[in-house]
Design a protein around this ligand. Structure first.
Ligand SMILES: *Cc1c(COP(=O)(O)O)cnc(C)c1O
Length: 609
């Protein structure tokens, strides 16, 4: 895994050059360079970088593939997409989506009142708003207000009760009636970790009987012309395309039936989200068995086929992909604060002019170790180590010899582990786990990678630099929360190797990739660690610009946000110090100003890193 699986997960967004990971775009800045520039302003702790051009790339890819499939299949409907806000509601993520999506009329999807308000504020006029999720009368009224204000909005009903409320609001006020969509309860369900959104026992959607009832209701109040969309969503991170095809057949036939029942304005099928992202660093296509090409072709082909067979107008196609659009745009960068196990670094070797024969042999083994001989040489080294320890106990070799032997043997083991990492023996696997290095990262897994904590979702991780040297340490990552779940353990099946770094001499930064979807709002303030400082990086032909800085909340701010009064806390601490004995006024004042500084910084660690 020399390139940390970059060819698998990065979609060519990044490349390795001169030992560093760089953006594979325009002026190609390295992530280390950007990180160092940000940190030169005294920023400490984890940082989150947003790259809007990566959102543009995903949006363009989605449209290109669908528009192409439409052409190739002689399909008569058009393609539209909205971004589901639940995937990332943070201002600069939403801004990136709406700005980068402008030329495509990219819209927004809302699943709650707050998201709907956000959509009403941020959706450019002419783009679509779709609304899913459970709604009360207030939320439905908000939909009417949006329609009245000129938005192209569709309220998708999750049950008959919501439709009754829509009819009630339409009767009570003169506001423009929004378009109405029906979420169908599919017989088929999705696949993968998040596949709970479809199936007979699904949480959402109307059954066949309810759909017929809905049409009847709409006809009665003369609102059938508002029925414009059929919607389904079979779950996030679809690993398999087969359930989607089933769902399409089901929804497509429902659409066709409804048009035949007189729903003349029914024009759109919304296939929800679910397009998967590759998170794996080791094996290709373990996250999904389809490409965006196959996905778009299948959707267009199947819908065309159903409509042609039933002689029904081809519907416009809507998608609500979230993960696929924003996952890649955000990278979390964390400094490493400490390497925990003893340092067996080669540079600490201190040979004598004449070394004991067994040490000379270890030197040779270390030098000549190769893929072919490594198991044999490893056994020799372990055997020599035993002998050398006995010689030490008997007084035949001194402490320097023993230290040299330990360093050499550790190196041989590490190299053997690496050489055999594709195909390790049981013996090596045990050594691997025993010898792993623990890297303390200045971050919180709970705050920044909640899906790892909650679901074991892997995110690609790699160092930003040193990439022209082979990493030899089997690594587990510890965060700085006081919680043993804040650890990304070493997994022998999907091993992570990192570099031996002397942190007294240099910094070492790790990047976590594809974290732009779901992680930010799901993140929590466990131990009162706050959101990382974030920056938007705009890359151009010759350089890059760092914009939209949002600094990590200060210690006082985070306390304030959970209900404490920051002024009271500050005053109390100051008074206690002012009333203390045995230090001079000058010392008191110095300490007070130190305290002031500490409380106004974020709570991540500041020691060297
Ligand atoms: C969550 C959700 C989406 C987004 O799913 P992704 O897997 O992120 O693409 C789309 N539509 C609905 C209705 C959702 O609930």
């Amino acid at each position: 895994m020399k390139n940390f699986g970059l060819n698998i997960w990065s979609n060519q967004n990044f490349i390795i050059e001169d030992g560093q990971i760089k953006l594979n775009y325009k002026s190609m800045p390295s992530l280390l360079e950007i990180t160092q520039q940000i940190r030169s302003n005294e920023v400490r702790g984890p940082i989150l970088l947003r790259f809007p051009h990566l959102i543009k790339k995903q949006i363009r890819s989605l449209y290109t593939y669908f528009d192409n499939a439409i052409k190739v299949n002689n399909y008569k409907g058009t393609f539209h997409a909205v971004f589901p806000l639940k995937v990332n509601q943070f201002p600069y993520a939403v801004e990136a989506v709406t700005q980068q999506g402008k030329e495509f009329n990219y819209g927004l999807e809302a699943g709650s009142k707050a998201e709907l308000i956000l959509a009403m504020d941020k959706t450019p006029k002419g783009s679509n708003i779709t609304v899913n999720g459970f709604k009360d009368k207030e939320m439905i009224t908000l939909g009417f207000i949006a329609a009245q204000s000129g938005h192209n909005i569709t309220l998708t009903i999750e049950g008959l009760g919501e439709l009754e409320t829509i009819i009630e609001v339409a009767r009570e006020c003169k506001l423009k009636v929004p378009n109405i969509g029906i979420r169908v309860r599919l017989h088929s369900s999705g696949s993968g970790t998040w596949a709970k959104s479809g199936g007979i026992d699904a949480k959402f959607g109307l059954t066949a009987t309810e759909i017929i009832e809905a049409v009847k209701l709409l006809k009665e109040v003369d609102l059938l012309s508002k029925l414009s969309m059929i919607h389904f969503h079979i779950g996030s991170q679809m690993s398999d395309i087969a359930p989607l095809k089933k769902a399409l057949r089901e929804a497509g036939n429902i659409y066709a039936e409804l048009r035949k029942m007189g729903a003349k304005e029914l024009d759109n099928i919304n296939i929800g989200g679910g397009l998967a992202v590759e998170y794996d660093q080791h094996t290709h296509s373990s996250s999904r068995n389809y490409s965006i090409d196959e996905f778009s072709s299948s959707v267009v082909f199947l819908l065309g086929e159903i409509m042609n067979a039933k002689n029904v107008k081809h519907p416009n196609i809507f998608t609500e992909s979230g993960r696929f659009i924003v996952a890649s745009h955000a990278v979390l960068i964390t400094p490493v604060l400490e390497l925990f196990t003893q340092d067996y670094q080669e540079k600490l070797l201190n040979f004598k002019t004449s070394n004991p024969p067994l040490i000379e042999e270890l030197i040779e083994l270390n030098k000549l170790l190769s893929n072919q001989n490594c198991i044999e040489y490893l056994h020799d080294a372990l055997d020599h180590m035993e002998s050398l320890l006995t010689l030490f106990d008997l007084g035949y070799i001194d402490l320097q010899d023993r230290s040299n032997a330990e360093i050499l043997v550790h190196n041989i083991i590490k190299k053997a582990l690496y050489l055999k990492s594709a195909n390790p023996t049981d013996e090596l696997e045990q050594l691997q786990v025993k010898l792993q290095e623990r890297y303390l990262i200045n971050a919180s897994v709970f705050q920044s990678l909640p899906d790892y904590w909650g679901l074991g979702q892997h995110f690609p991780v790699m160092p930003l630099h040193h990439l022209n040297t082979i990493p030899l340490r089997a690594a587990s990552l510890w965060d700085i929360t006081c919680d043993s779940d804040g650890e990304i353990g070493f997994n022998p099946e999907k091993p992570l190797y990192l570099h031996d770094i002397n942190l007294d001499e240099e910094d070492y930064f790790l990047g976590f990739f594809n974290i732009g979807a779901y992680q930010e709002t799901l993140g929590m303030n466990h131990n009162l660690f706050t959101r990382p400082s974030e920056y938007t990086i705009v890359v151009d032909d010759t350089s890059y610009t760092i914009t939209n800085e949002v600094e990590s909340k200060s210690i006082l701010e985070i306390l304030n946000s959970i209900g404490y009064d920051k002024e009271n806390i500050f005053q109390k601490l100051k008074m206690d110090l002012a009333n203390s004995d045995f230090i001079t006024e000058t010392e008191k004042n110095d300490t007070l100003s130190k305290l002031d500084t500490f409380l106004k910084q974020n709570g991540y660690l500041r020691t060297t890193n």
